[in-house]
Design a protein around this ligand. Structure first.
Ligand code: PLP
Length: 349
């Protein structure tokens, strides 16, 4: 990562590695069991408390969190599961992994989150994604879930700490799923994931599924949990910095270019999305000036080869994917870095 970042004055992403994380890692390796050490249980407890659920179960990735949650809820090859086409492909792959049929929904153009009115197919579960760290319109999801009596598995992999009204995402549905992949708002210094729930049956089922049917073991390495505990303790301050950075972008460019934050919640700006018809030119100009950007996502899930058999046209997400550009959003960015990105964009606008 450091090698790739050298050519950028403002890289798209810079991983955080602090002395505090290093000390916690060394301490865990020296004093605890490598797997299933005390840090893992403490991390689960602290994470559940932070999200506001009774229980949390650690797993080795966000994908595993989603997959095991679906299995625990009895999803199988006779089931159908709804999710959004504007997401990382794991949101749909976890459905395929159970043998169930994915029902991919189009999105709302103002925030890129799922528009459940775009399907009238019957489903056995729904996976709303809080995309880019911005909570989706959960009241409409809850209405659908109550009317159809189907469980909600929140894909909160990009939204650690985001709130809908006064509750954190991951505590709104039957199960919440988180990823600690290194680019996320918090990490564990490697791959990792977490399932949050208030339901003891689901907890017991995922504990069994994650370790060959055994009930006692965990699958997150102790060293990762120790780093995760440090990252969790700094999550709120780092999310506040992301929110400040988003404000700065809107101030120096214009609100009109940015997606709308859920008026009933608060985003943690996992990504800060700039939207423009000349996206490709802007991206190239930024790159020439030493600014890294990315596209989330260049191809909506229903257009990926794996899902072409569904033969779907979801026009809002297709137009959206041609216009979105993710700007640097990590907390270590300085105000001057943000200003420089804005000035460079303004040159070409
Ligand atoms: C929305 C979403 N869902 C699921 C995942 C899968 O998480 P992981 O990469 O930890 O398996 C990710 C991570 O990239 C994600 O962004």
């Amino acid at each position: 990562m450091e090698e790739t970042n050298k050519k950028f004055r403002v890289p798209f992403f810079v991983p955080e590695f602090t002395e505090e994380m290093k000390n916690a890692a060394v301490n865990a390796l020296q004093n605890e069991k490598f797997v299933m050490g005390e840090s893992v249980y403490k991390f689960e407890e602290e994470f559940a408390k932070y999200i506001g659920t009774k229980l949390a179960v650690s797993v080795n990735s966000g994908n595993a969190a989603l997959h095991l949650s679906l299995l625990a809820l009895g999803i199988n090859n006779k089931s159908s599961v709804i999710t959004s086409t504007n997401s990382f492909i794991a949101s749909a792959n976890c459905i395929l992994m159970t043998g169930a049929k994915p029902i991919l929904c189009d999105i709302k153009p103002e925030d890129g989150n799922i528009d459940i009115s775009s399907t009238d197919e019957k489903a056995d579960a729904i996976i709303p994604v809080h995309i880019y760290g911005n909570p989706c319109d959960f009241n409409s999801i809850r209405r659908m879930s109550e009317e159809s009596k189907i469980p909600i598995i929140e894909d909160a992999c990009q939204a650690h700490g985001a709130k809908y009204f006064d509750k954190k995402v991951g505590s709104l549905g039957d199960v919440g799923c988180f990823s600690f992949y290194p680019t996320k708002n918090m990490t564990v210094g490697g791959d990792g994931g977490m399932i949050t729930t208030n339901n003891e049956e689901i907890q017991s089922e995922v504990i069994s599924l994650r370790d060959n049917g055994r009930k006692s073991h965990t699958t997150l390495n102790t060293v990762n949990a120790a780093i995760g505990r440090i990252q969790l303790s700094h999550l709120d301050e780092r999310n506040s910095r992301r929110q400040k950075i988003a404000e700065l972008y809107k101030k120096h460019l214009s609100e009109d270019y940015f997606l709308i934050e859920n008026p009933n919640g608060s985003s943690v700006f996992h990504q800060i999305i700039f939207r423009h018809k000349k996206r490709n030119d802007i991206m190239e100009h930024l790159s020439k000036n030493g600014i890294g950007t990315a596209i989330h996502y260049p191809i909506p899930i229903h257009k990926q080869p794996l899902y072409s058999y569904l033969n779907l046209t979801l026009s809002i997400s297709e137009e959206f994917s041609n216009q979105v550009l993710s700007l640097p959003s990590y907390p270590q960015l300085s105000d001057d870095d943000v200003k420089f990105v804005c000035e460079t964009i303004n040159q070409i606008l």
